[in-house]
Design a binder for this molecule. Structure first.
Ligand code: DI6
Ligand code: FE
Length: 400
């Protein structure tokens, strides 16, 4: 047998979804994949590289499975208007919101979008995120959506990270299609998407199903096309009101249904049956001063996998931090720290259709983090206490 090319010795392991176990282990990897996990009382076998963890905690790398981190412009004026009493929907109806960011994003060059996105991505990576989903959706025309997706692909070349792209042209109606939502849906689905997919720019599609955006019925056309092209499906659903989008998207084969504050408890069985992951985004709920809480107990009881993501975007969640969302998921949505840790590892990966990461088990990618901390719950319940002392992407050490 060929010898492993990497071994982590005497590491305490965070195994998402399993009872916490602080006994040390050795983790052997080869070719960027975990090969074997053994209790540390066994002798250490030879490997090309050895990392002596000395009882530190090894965890799967985090996945941020819902971000809009490519955009231009700044919306603090809107945040101030909301502090003074205006609602997100009112601001959107008056031409602010997504359309304001669209105008700034259309005016930005590819290079400008890239340079603005890099520090935001770096902020996530510094927290231990090594897999990031990035949506388009601030271009709302073919050329600008394409520019955003190209920037997302370039980010993956410039940083040690796995990036998955999502085409979200169905985010808002651009001004040139005012009053013609169906014509816009037809263009973005039948004309733009096949070309962008052909260029290899799209991994999945998304749509904002909301009273101020599109209906689940309008989503059907996009979802059908996505399936035909072999793309994944995400959907922004039941964020500000119940529209029935979660059940419709799950039935259409969605990997994930996201937001879900207004999801009805009786909808959860459908999500469970369809195998869709529920992506919870507490930072948006918090920043918009929402009151309605997602039906976490019903999701839990029906066994719907729950992921937690940042939703990082300039309007509803201007926070380039997954850790902040992890904390909020406990304190506002009532998830347990263990649920949150599974929600940013194994379930976040599943929300992206990825089943090869998020656990420290043979066959899983060696996307790993090494932490100096007393207990993994510090990653959820505290900020600035756990020290990230090492990161490996597919078994390759990332230098700080
Ligand atoms: N829901 C959200 O929270 C973000 N998009 C969406 O569909 C907000 C995007 C923005 O306000 O720019
Ligand atoms: Fe979002």
């Amino acid at each position: 047998m060929t010898q492993p090319d990497l071994v982590f010795t005497h590491a305490r392991l965070l195994q998402p979804g399993q009872a916490m176990d602080a006994t040390p282990h050795h983790v052997y990897c080869r070719g960027g994949v975990i090969e074997r996990v053994e209790p540390a009382h066994r002798p250490v076998r030879a490997a090309d590289r050895q990392v002596d963890c000395r009882g530190r905690w090894l965890t799967p790398a985090f996945t941020d499975c819902h971000t809009h981190l490519i955009f231009a412009g700044c919306r603090v004026a809107e945040a101030r208007a909301r502090l003074a009493g205006a609602s997100y929907a009112e601001i959107a109806r008056q031409g602010g919101g997504i359309r304001a960011t669209m105008a700034a994003t259309r005016a930005a060059s590819e290079e400008q979008l890239l340079q603005q996105a890099l520090p935001r991505l770096d902020a996530l990576l510094a927290e231990g995120v090594l897999c990031v989903e990035i949506k388009s959706g601030y271009g709302l025309d073919f050329a600008s959506e394409r520019r955003m997706l190209r920037v997302a692909r370039q980010l993956a070349q410039l940083r040690p990270v796995h990036i998955q792209t999502t085409y979200l042209a169905a985010h808002a109606l651009p001004p040139e299609f005012e009053g013609q939502a169906d014509a816009y849906l037809a263009a973005l689905t039948d004309e733009w998407l096949p070309q962008l997919a052909e260029e290899g720019l799209v991994d999945a599609v998304d749509i904002f199903c909301e009273s101020i955006a599109f209906s689940p019925q309008q989503g059907e056309r996009l979802w059908q096309k996505a399936r035909a092209l072999g793309l994944g499906i995400h959907a922004h659903v039941e964020q500000l009101s119940w529209q029935g989008g979660a059940v419709a998207a799950a039935r259409a084969g969605a990997w994930s249904v996201d937001h879900l504050e207004y999801l009805r408890p009786q909808d959860c069985a459908v999500l469970a049956g369809q195998g869709a992951t529920a992506v919870l985004l507490p930072a948006a709920w918090y920043h918009l001063h929402e009151q309605q809480l997602p039906p976490v107990a019903a999701l839990r009881d029906t066994g719907v996998p729950m992921a937690v993501a940042s939703d990082f975007n300039p309007g509803s969640a201007p926070f380039a931090s997954l850790r902040w969302s992890m904390n909020l998921a406990c304190h506002t949505f009532g998830l347990s720290p263990d649920e949150v840790l599974a929600g940013v590892t194994v379930h976040a990966a599943a929300a992206l259709g990825l089943h090869d990461r998020g656990r420290i088990l043979p066959g899983q990618r060696a996307d790993l983090l090494l932490w100096e901390m007393d207990h993994p719950h510090q990653l959820v319940l505290e900020l600035g206490t756990a020290q990230l002392t090492g990161r490996w992407l597919a078994g390759q050490a990332i230098t700080p």
